[in-house]
Ligand binder design. Structure first.
Ligand code: GDP
Length: 424
């Protein structure tokens, strides 16, 4: 069976933890989109890890971890992470890399930095991992597939052709040093040596795995609201964050994705620019940020403080719908245990009219939150294993959010660890 683990919100919902947990019963974990621009934090018996490109299944001996064709593969970052995991005592994970995955080129990272610099105050808040320039090139058909690394003459000719246009921009728009085709060729040869043992036809491998009855997990990055089509465009990421894209980014039939576990946070956090209706500020935000996640809400890639807000049922309802959710995993609920009262956003007021439908960006920017305040539970719920053992106000909070979003909350995460989970 194929299951997807995806985000309902702006990312950082705790997908890494849920994937790591579900991976106990999986054979294969596939990353199908995104790149090293966002991170997952995973806490397990080996310690605490911030992964950016490795699939969250790498900690288990029984799983195969796959980089699908939809991923923006930064080869040196991937192997740095791979080696780091091994150096911390994790047995060498089984890895496969799609021959159709495309490669983040060194100049993608440079262009990402230069463009953010050029935009100044109007920048996207990019992590500068090269993701936007990478996907631009992919769709402009000047990207490099892993399979192309294996033909020297072809590679040299293509590099010459591609860097011609890059150098015009470097010289005249950014006023930066030009690219050299020979140097890039040498770099790509070193990439080839790193990936060669792992390259495979992932789509064919997964087709066979499905026939053999294997359990496959598709691991999403970021969340619904960062999807380029359905999110808060243009403050989105550059690849689709939706479960549906799992079929494309892994190369498997869409009808095989039977379960879509959408991870939804019990409060909100976001990184980068863009409208964030339930955002809070000042001391209220600082306290939630400090107590949030596991050791505070700071970016796993950049370390920058995340923007904080109350649970937004309008955004989460939409986020779950657009994913095609079958199950909601409601996470970091334990964090809210310090509050006397908990505001929840239940509607958007746009020019005096209240809606519960998530609007496109131009209207979203005008939206003011309609809040409802629920009573807190004022206890630490970590360690609780059964739904009935949760404090009454905590159950009421879950049930209220569930009713607002309209999708079943079947898992509740009450701590960062693999076993901090309540099934319902
Ligand atoms: P991802 O990108 O969606 O995987 O999310 P992140 O890893 O960036 O953010 C989730 C953070 O919250 C990590 O530090 C996790 O260890 C932590 N976390 C996940 N689930 C829970 C939970 O239920 N409670 C607490 N306190 N922390 C959690």
């Amino acid at each position: 069976m194929v299951k997807a683990v995806v985000g309902a919100n702006w990312g950082d919902e705790g997908k890494g933890k849920i994937t790591d947990m579900l991976a106990q019963e999986a054979d294969i974990i596939v990353r199908f989109q995104g790149g090293a621009n966002a991170g997952h934090t995973i806490v397990n018996d080996y310690g605490k890890f911030a992964l950016h490109t490795l699939p969250s299944g790498v900690f288990y001996g029984h799983t195969t971890s796959i980089i699908g064709n939809g991923v923006a593969l930064n080869i040196p970052v991937f192997f740095k992470e791979y080696n780091e995991v091994i150096s911390r005592g994790v047995p060498a994970p089984k890895i496969l890399i799609s021959n159709r995955a495309q490669i983040v080129m060194p100049y993608h990272i440079l262009f990402d930095q230069y463009e953010e610099e050029r935009l100044g105050g109007k920048s996207f808040g990019s992590t500068k991992s090269g993701i936007a320039p990478f996907y631009s090139d992919k769709y402009a058909k000047i990207g490099f597939q892993v399979s192309e690394l294996f033909d020297d003459d072809y590679l040299k000719e293509k590099l010459q052709r591609v860097i011609q246009t890059k150098n015009v921009l470097l010289e005249h728009l950014y006023h930066k040093p030009l690219l050299d085709a020979d140097e890039l060729f040498k770099e790509l040869v070193s990439y080839r040596e790193m990936v060669e043992p792992y390259v495979c036809d992932v789509s064919a491998y997964l087709w066979q795995a499905i026939k053999d009855g294997k359990e496959i997990l598709l691991e999403g990055q970021l969340g619904s609201l960062k999807d380029p089509d359905h999110g808060i465009y243009p403050m989105v990421t550059s690849s689709s964050t939706l479960a549906a894209y799992g079929a494309i980014g892994a190369g498997l039939p869409p009808y095989e994705i039977k379960k879509i576990v959408t991870v939804c946070k019990a409060y909100s956090s976001a990184v980068g620019a863009g409208a964030f209706v339930s955002e809070i500020f000042g001391d209220e935000a600082d306290e939630l940020r400090r107590r949030g996640g596991d050791g505070g809400e700071y970016g796993a890639t950049t370390g920058r403080p995340r923007r904080m807000g109350w649970c937004d049922c309008v955004a989460s309802k939409y986020g779950c719908r657009i994913q095609g959710t079958t199950d909601v995993a409601f996470t970091v609920l334990d964090v809210l245990g310090y509050l006397d009262e908990i505001p929840v956003c239940v509607g958007y007021d746009i020019d005096g009219e209240v809606t519960t439908e998530f609007p496109p960006t131009a209207l979203l920017e005008k939206a003011k939150p309609v809040l409802k305040t629920l009573p807190g539970w004022k206890t630490d719920i970590r360690g609780i294993k059964k739904y009935e053992d949760l404090p009454e106000n905590c159950r009421k909070y879950i049930e209220f959010v569930e009713e607002q979003i309209g999708f079943p909350i079947t898992m509740i995460s009450n701590g960062p660890g693999r076993n901090d989970i309540i099934y319902r």
